[in-house]
Design a protein around this ligand. Structure first.
Ligand code: ZN
Length: 130
């Protein structure tokens, strides 16, 4: 199955997330959305990110969050938006919940993704949440 139905659903969820951020009195700018395989290789070599990141499939984005002109780079600042993101779709995951391979918390608060890996047969088109 092509990723495109998931990518389309991701885009719609992202639009809702951004509107929610602004309606909550915050602003944001876009960080990385699509990551090339070459870039992922470089990141993996430098211990930043993983080689099979959902960014490679256009199913993840990093958002830069601002309030009153101040850049907020903590996971906690993103938490209300991470919770909202997860409420939009059952495949949505928020980086603030991430753990390393040992099960220790390894939060990546500005990372928002849709992970269809366990739901390969899911028909996105008939399950739009709102
Ligand atoms: Zn990311």
């Amino acid at each position: 199955m092509s990723d495109r139905p998931f990518q389309e659903e991701f885009s719609l969820n992202l639009a809702r997330l951004i509107i929610f951020i602004y309606e909550s009195g915050y602003k944001c700018t876009g960080g990385e959305w699509w990551r090339t395989p070459e870039m992922a290789e470089i990141y993996a070599r430098n211990g930043k990110g993983i080689k099979d990141s959902l960014h490679l499939r256009r199913l993840a984005i990093d958002l830069n969050l601002f309030k009153d002109g101040k850049y907020l780079n903590t996971t906690e600042a993103h938490r209300p938006f991470g919770e909202y993101w997860k409420s939009l779709h059952f495949m949505n995951r928020w980086g603030g919940d991430f753990h390393n391979s040992k099960g220790e918390p390894k939060p990546d608060g500005n990372h928002y993704e849709m992970n269809p890996s366990d739901n390969a047969d899911f028909n996105v088109g008939v399950n739009i949440t709102r």
